[in-house]
Structure formats: structure tokens, C-alpha cells
Write a protein that binds this ligand. Sequence first.
Ligand SMILES: [Zn+2]
Ligand SMILES: [Zn+2]
Length: 387
Amino acid sequence: MPESGKWDDFILRYPGIIVSGSNAKGTVKLKGKWYRLKVMCPHFPKLQEAQLELLLPQQIKFTRLRYEDLEADWTLYDLMENLPQLQAKYINAASPNAKSIEIASSNIYSEIAALYAPQNYLLELNDACSLLRFSKFTAYEQHHLQVELPTLRITEHSLPDCVPWEEQLQKYDNLTAMVQQFHNYLQDLQPFYENFADIDELCYVVQPTPPVSTKHNWRLFVLRERVFIKLVLSDPFAPISSMSVQIIGPTQAVEELRRTLSDGLSEWDAELDIHKNLLRIFDICYFPMPPGSGWMDVDGEVNISEQKFCNICYSYQLEEGEIPIVSCDNPQCTLIYHAACLKEWFNTLTDGKDFLSVSFGSCPFCKTKLSTSFTELLANYFLMIFE
Ligand SMILES: [Zn+2]
Ligand SMILES: [Zn+2]
């Protein structure tokens, strides 16, 4: 341990440096560049009798401190801040026979320096050197991983929320293996993301609240006026076998479409993605597109009104992002409600009741009997609330 804590400020400022006695060694980022260095500074912070060995970025040469380069009143702090300029002089002075500085492999910051070499991702370290972020993975641009240093606790990632990734990734006690495993996951998850790609691009996705992210494993999109498809891929590693497709809308329309769907599922074409299979099953050329996308006018039958308000609370989007998707069963009544608002309304009814997970009640306006499964409709919103 360094004596009497006089190195404390230094260690705080350069957390990549380990101090032992009057020697300090490790990795620092100065003016955007990484350096590995070893300093012997017996009169810290004064530079008398100090020695510096500097391992230049991407090279195995090192150099020693030359006093003619220093100002008389400099302390070690001044030296550190001026290293980038000094380094330019040292490149020529470096001895070809010099051996590289050995830094204990247990020092996470030396590992970071190795990972910092050009890779298929972008690596960023915050100023306090307490958070490390990997992003812009080649071929997986939208993904990122952020870990706390030096604990390697995962503080942020872009993988689907339905899997406990933190547990999986925290098994690795070194950063290199962890990032490698993260990259492996990205490769394995490619079919999962590819199946959502066409749906996001070629459907009117209303939930999760756009923009959808790489963390969502479900989509709610428009099949036709007042009828929605909810697609959930529960196991991102096995998207097709874990897939569930639910149709939400007025009971009569839903019953009919459910039959079409269950017949169609038996003829699933493994060569095609989910989007194309669903088009085949419902025998349509394309799904409705968002209002204003210019696509909807192509098909006269598809006419999705823009942002239909909930007829209970008169708003469109609730705080948790929920939009109105529950329709009245009466074909003459075209009103639509938030699942949460309708559930609240059902609760006020004397004849409203729940059986298994299905709730029974009536439309607040035309009084037609209604039944719906709020547990299923609301499930994802609750997940989002507690995220
Ligand atoms: Zn409402
Ligand atoms: Zn009604």
C-alpha cells in the first residue's frame, strides 16, 4: 500500500494505475490515447530521482524519463498531463533493445488497453474510468454492452429483456471472454432479430411504443381495422418454436381469423420468415402500413384511422405506452378502449365478473356484453413498468 495516503488523489485521478510503495504502474487514457506506463517516484509528487517507463500505443518499445524535457517545478501530475506531447519526442529516443513493461494480467485496465486495439466494435470509457461501453458492433450496429469497473457488473445491454443475460455474462471473470460471449450471443440471435425486421419495416407496429428496441421480444401490429396481431417470441434462441400469435379484436372477427390462423400454422414454411408466413396464412399481399406512409391508399379495403382515442379516458397513449386496442363486439358500435380503462370500467359493474383469466362485462356505450382477457393484454405493459 502507498504510504500515508499521499498517492490517494493520484489513484483517484488515474484509476487504471496501481501504486505499490513509490512505484506506480498501469494504464491511463490521456487526451484520447491509451498509455501503459510505469513510474518510480520516490519523492512523490516531486519528480526528483523519478523514472518513467512508457509503453507507446501499439508498440512494445518503452523509454525512460529525460530531465531535459521537464520544467523544474513539475510534479508527477504535470508530467502525466504532458505525456502526450513528450511521447512524440520519445518515439525517436526509444531503445530498440528495451523490454516491454510487464503489467500483471489481473489488472483490468491493461486488458482494456488490449481490447482498445482496433476491433469490430467501438469502445468508450467514461472520464472517471468507472464505466466501459462497447457499441457499434460490426454487423450488429444497434447493440451495446456497458460494464462497471473494476467489478465487471453489467449496467446496460441491448439484448432482449426476457432472458437473464446479466447472470449468463457475469459468469465470466474477464472482460475479453465476456465481450466474446456477448458477440456469440449476437450471432445466435440473428434469426430472432431478422424475423422482426420485416414486421418493423412492413407493418403498422403500434406496440411496444415506437421506436421498438433490440430489447423487445414482442410486437403488436395491425391486421385490419380494429384487429391486431400480437406476436411474442418467448425464447430468442428458438424464435419459431417459441412463437405465439394472438389475434385481438371484436370477438366475431377474432374467432374467424383464429381458425384461419390455426389451419395456416400447420403449413408453416420454414424457408420463409414469420412476416411472409403470416401473409400467406391470411392470404394477403401486405399488412396495413402506418397512416401517412403512403402505402394505405393502395388497398381500398385497408383504411386504418389515425390514432383512435380511447372512449373511456379520451386519450390515445397512456403513460406506460398503452394504446386503445380493445373493441366492442357490437358491429354497429366502433368504439375502442384501452385494456386498462375497460378493466377499470368492468370492475365498477355489479354484474362484471372474472372467470379463469377472462373478464366479463359490457360496453360502456352500447351495453353489449363483452369478454376479454386482460391478463394477457396487460401482461407486457406490467413488464415494461417494472423494467
Ligand atoms: Zn383509456
Ligand atoms: Zn359498444
